[in-house]
Design a protein around this ligand. Sequence first.
Ligand SMILES: [Zn+2]
Length: 337
Amino acid sequence: MKNPIESIIADIQKGLARAAMDYANVGLNLYHSSKKLGPMKIQLTIGNLAISVELMIKTYLFKQDPTLIYKNLPLELQIALKVPGKMPTKFPWKVHETELKGSGHKTIELTDCINCFAILFPDEKQQLGAHLRFLARARNVAVHSVLPAFQQYELDRSIYVMLSMHEVLTKNDGKMFHYFKLDQNDKNKAFLKTFDELRINRVHKVIEGAKKKAKTLGTTRAPLVVTDWNFMATECPICGNDALLVGDTQHEVIELDPEGFGEHDLAFAAESFECESCGLKLEDTKELELAGIETTLDRSAELDRWFGEQAYEPSWEDYEDMSEDEDDGQNVTHPQQ
Ligand SMILES: [Zn+2]
């Protein structure tokens, strides 16, 4: 028999899964209900899809470790959730049940969920990264704004990213969402097929537009200087100017010898592309591939800069700074001996 804390954990796990699927289904049913949705329904649909993606990732994280979805959880609850089987019967679990199930403890937001997803599923994040960033921005607009100017493409990519997230997580764990399922399976399959076909047209169109604009450009622009590891400059295939790739720089230790020295690899996993000169804009890795842009680029020539910026060794002065922070800037008088 489960102890009370294990039952609470199981209830929350199930509640998250159900809520994730409920929000997804509201979005799906609105989307499939008519050919063209009005602005308010588009806003409502995108809002529901964003919340469902957030809850899907939370369901996954909670299953790995329930404490991952909470912010600033008290130590006693961290212990209770991490090692429920070790908790004494005296633990006042009833007091904490409502707070854990309700809104008593703050949970992480969609952007935090996306960051966690990026760490655990780097390859899938590369394909979905730009769509997920859009969804995080759209969630705030959909929830707080009255009439945002969402376009059909933005509605489509929200459905695409939600269905893709569901696929990634259920592939990883078939029992992730218990017996809660997505509605409209046949229509979803047809949607994904059309989304891929429309992607080809969309890329073709933006390339034609960029080619037209490139003809009107004068001299070549100065090269871009990029120091942030989430961006990389690359030559635009249309106008030849420097353009920007958005993504993640990934460091991999290929082989390590007993002394700790080894071969390192540094690569850039591109998620989207934007050229300010000719206006070429590509939103995911499939679009980059269609435009003939590499999605994984070698950055090993920059390993020295990478190590210089990443390998930071704290000095004693840092520890002194930290203890001042803990004192919250107040002077502490130590008793004289
Ligand atoms: Zn260009």
